[in-house]
Design a protein around this ligand. Structure first.
Ligand code: ATP
Length: 369
């Protein structure tokens, strides 16, 4: 078991025409022994390249990758004690489940056959596939194939576990079930794990720690709740949370102690105003679930709005609203209890409490509050 460290790791791809693509840009991460880190970000942000460098499938352009204090940049994949599970599972179709799981151990270790058999049996039992050991991959469901791919990684007893979008080929229900199973498994194995996904829900529900990547650069590393409640910048604020945070371009009016938007003013306490440090061009961010409906529109932080669209989600409704005083071009979404009835076209008062607002510097994207 080991801690995995990435220290200022970059990857530059050079294309045939000499053009350089920085896929991973000075990324530093620490994954402690037993920790479950989810690396999340939009398509093309450098997640897989980061994982492939850790696995040794891609060279490192600069920086260091370490297992405890051993630098592993130049070690062959086989010598790294790292197991990777791919999105495609990459099972051998002509081999049985048992053979798929034991093959790696037979090839790369001198473990005796009876020990391999017992390690495979143990992993198969852990994964609930012990009944399937004599089947071929084609005779398995997607979820079962996924378990075999995991089993093949587990039997190697790796120091680090890498998972690249392992659930993306499964249907929604099975994916939800496998998320829980994977978490349980990771806890049982107690091994440093990096799990790559572009799905922020997966990241929020599974991670001990989330690392959010955009355009090759780390945006924030923290617990799911830290990233949700205290996003460090506009990108993280918009990426984490479903539906996404509402954003409004506003300017600071220090004389009147307000944020000013074409459609509304937002009164600020002295404390909030001082956090903004005189920055004038700002973005106000409000999570849909922080907006409630009701009350008197004459009070601070309550606004007359018109219901544009209601999206029933069962236990919740996503209600798209426009400001009654505005020109109707600015729509924002509030998530309210599913039992609260509002109709399209209805006038409602929306309440945005001050302790829930986020404010960002529009120029740098940095969170000021
Ligand atoms: P996805 O979620 O779509 O798999 P990702 O976040 O895993 O995306 P990467 O596959 O790591 O992203 O790619 C990061 C960037 O590096 C992209 O711009 C991609 O086009 C580029 N890239 C990846 N591999 C190569 C390569 N072998 N040669 C040139 N560019 C590459």
């Amino acid at each position: 078991m080991a801690d995995l460290t990435l220290d200022d790791v970059s990857k530059v791809f050079v294309e045939n025409d000499g053009n350089e693509i920085t896929a991973v840009d000075d990324v530093s991460l620490e994954i402690d022994d037993g920790e479950f880190l989810v690396l999340v970000g939009p398509s093309g942000c450098g997640k897989s390249t980061t994982l492939r460098m850790v696995a040794g499938l891609e060279t490192v352009s600069s920086g260091e990758i370490r297992l405890d204090d051993r630098v592993i940049n130049d070690r062959q994949p086989k010598e790294r004690d790292i197991a990777m599970v791919f999105q495609s599972y990459a099972l051998y179709p002509h081999m049985t489940v048992r053979e798929n799981m034991s093959f790696g151990l037979e090839e790369s270790t001198d473990m005796p056959d009876d020990e391999i058999a017992s390690v495979v049996a143990e992993a198969a039992e852990m994964l609930g596939i012990d009944e399937l050991l004599d089947r071929k991959p084609d005779d398995l469901s997607g979820g079962q194939q996924q378990r075999v791919a995991l089993g093949r990684a587990i039997v190697r007893d790796p120091e680090v576990f890498l998972l690249d979008e392992p659930l993306s080929n499964l249907d929604a229900k099975l994916r939800a079930q496998m998320r829980t199973e994977l978490q349980r498994l990771q806890e049982e194995l107690d091994v440093a794990t990096i799990y790559v996904t572009h799905d922020q829900t997966e990241a929020m529900t599974m991670a001990d720690k989330i690392a959010i990547l955009d355009d090759g650069q780390l945006q924030q590393v923290g617990t799911p709740l830290e990233c949700y409640h205290e996003p460090e910048n506009l990108f993280v604020a918009g990426f984490i949370g479903e539906p996404s945070m509402n954003f409004f371009d506003v300017s600071l009016d220090t004389a009147d102690e307000r944020l000013v938007h074409d459609d509304f003013d937002y009164a600020l306490s002295a404390e909030t105003q001082s956090a903004l440090d005189g920055t004038e061009a700002l973005v106000l961010g409000i999570r849909p679930e922080d907006i409630s409906i009701g009350g008197d529109a004459d009070d601070d932080h309550r606004y007359e709005t018109v219901v544009d669209v209601v999206e029933p989600m069962g236990n919740e409704n996503n209600v798209y609203l426009t400001f009654e005083e505005g020109d109707g071009s600015e729509t924002f979404v509030a998530t309210i209890d599913g039992l609260e009835r509002v109709e399209e076209g209805e006038r409602v008062v929306a309440h945005v409490p001050e302790d829930a607002i986020h404010v960002f510097d529009r120029r740098t994207g940095r969170a000021l509050r």
